[in-house]
Write a protein that binds this ligand. Structure first.
Ligand SMILES: [Zn+2]
Length: 466
């Protein structure tokens, strides 16, 4: 009898926490995971999660009706106005901006756009690539506004501002302002229905009808890095990770883009919490922990909180896997953060403007830091000059759970952010002799350039009498 009471007690606590955490993405979610780990697996049922979501639905729609009554949405662009914004900029700046459709949303087939800003945007140039993304989650519009403002400012200031010109000339800036267009459309089309919506509209139960209590996948739990340990396996959960990694078109498209462009640094905007989240937290320590921590700390310190009393905090992405930053780092070795903007999902107009300004200040730091990729160069075949895809390993900065950084195939270009110091580099490619560079000096304010030529391994004939 006693254990039954205890079990009931745990469930009640869990339900309370789930309801509490819903308006916040962080840091309440950390405690959610911690609490969940203390509950034995047989105490978790699909039914319990489902009803948690149902009560959240009732609670949040009440709160949200008030936000709508206060017209808190009016200044956020609808999906159509976001698309029009993109069209307008493309027509205005055809040389500097290329818009590419990288896919279509899972359920409604809405276009997924990636914007590339560079000095010759239509051409694949030999330049390092950075990626910004927003609105993985439908109810988080402010990141999309920030991304569009970033694009607009870069294009507008290119001719008049030398610093902007340098960023655009030397980097390829990729921006996916809206990763989840169908979820976003749903929020704006059904203002009074289920406005806290977070996921895409995936038809989980295959009945051809969208039902918010069972359908949808949390796109920021669908990346393939310890995917099975992140999010939830219950389709009704707001954190449903999907049936397999990259099951959702939106995240498949993000993967393809990030791999193709060999992204080396990035930010993904969410809301809310006024924090910068870095990979990893309570998982393994990242082999680039010191660097990640320093960049994250500086990024956070560039963004003032709405209260004006302090700046954004830097916190670990605790226990949250299957997420973009974890994958970007684990797979591409990109220095990538999640930025939780603002102090609510739908900030008032004035606060939105301030949050966007702070976000732009953070991005400005981040881009200028990325501009000084501390080591960069090319790996080519010493005989033919052909570009090579090679592993760029740094002694004492590798581990078995993080992929090494690779050079990209088109130019053999590579880059890595590092803290100042002396490093040993190991460059290897299949079929080529590995080369070591024992004392590479890395400086704070300029890149160390390396042109690396590898030679083919000589074929070793099998020993024996012929
Ligand atoms: Zn989010």
């Amino acid at each position: 009898m006693k254990s039954a009471i205890l079990r009931y007690g745990t469930k009640a606590v869990l339900a309370a926490i789930v309801v509490l955490l819903l308006p916040f993405e962080f840091p309440t979610l950390t405690s959610f995971f911690l609490v969940k780990k203390m509950v034995s697996p047989n105490q978790r049922t699909h039914g319990a999660s489902h009803s948690d979501d149902a009560s959240a639905y009732a609670k949040s729609s009440g709160l949200q009706r008030r936000a709508f009554a206060n017209r808190q949405y009016d200044h956020f662009p609808t999906l159509d106005s976001l698309y029009n914004w993109i069209d307008r900029l493309q027509m205005q700046y055809p040389k500097l901006l290329a818009v590419e459709q990288i896919g279509a949303s899972t359920s409604m087939g809405l276009p997924l756009y990636a914007l590339k800003i560079s000095d010759n945007a239509a051409v694949e140039e030999d330049e390092s690539a950075v990626l910004f993304s927003a609105i993985h989650h439908a109810r988080e519009p402010i990141g999309g506004v920030l991304c569009m403002r970033l694009v607009e400012n870069l294009l507008r200031d290119y001719r008049s501002n030398a610093a902007t010109q340098r960023l655009v000339d030397e980097l390829e800036l990729w921006v996916v302002p809206i990763v989840n267009p169908e979820g976003y459309k749903y929020v704006f089309d059904h203002k009074l229905g289920f406005p806290w919506w977070r996921k895409n509209l995936r038809d989980n139960d295959h009945d051809g009808i969208f039902n918010p209590t069972i359908d949808g996948v949390d796109l920021n739990r669908n990346y393939d890095y310890n995917w099975q340990q992140g999010g939830e396996d219950n389709p009704a959960s707001w954190f449903f990770r999907g049936t397999k990694p990259f099951s959702e078109n939106e995240i498949e498209a993000m993967q393809t883009l990030a791999l193709r462009e060999n992204i080396f640094a990035g930010l993904s905007f969410h809301s809310y919490g006024e924090v910068v989240l870095y990979p990893w937290g309570n998982y393994y320590t990242a082999p680039d922990q010191d660097l990640i921590y320093e960049v994250g700390q500086k990024l956070a310190s560039c963004m003032r909180k709405l209260s004006g009393r302090s700046t954004y905090a830097l916190l670990p992405l605790n226990g949250r896997v299957g997420q973009s930053s974890v994958w970007m780092y684990g797979r591409l070795r990109a220095v990538d953060f999640i930025v939780e903007l603002g102090d609510e999902y739908y900030t008032g107009e004035r606060d939105t403007r301030r949050v966007v300004e702070e976000g732009l200040a953070g991005i400005d730091y981040f881009l200028n830091r990325a501009l000084v990729a501390n080591i960069r160069g090319h790996v080519i075949d010493g005989q033919t000059g052909a570009p090579l895809v090679a592993r760029i390993r740094i002694k004492n900065h590798e581990s078995r759970y993080v992929a090494p950084r690779f050079s990209e195939p088109l130019f053999g270009r590579f880059e890595r952010l590092l803290l100042p110091g002396v490093y040993t580099l190991e460059v290897s490619a299949d079929g080529y002799a590995t080369q070591m560079f024992p004392a590479v000096q890395v400086h704070a304010d300029e890149a160390t350039e390396l042109q690396i030529m590898l030679t083919k391994k000589r074929e070793v004939l099998p020993a024996g009498n012929h």
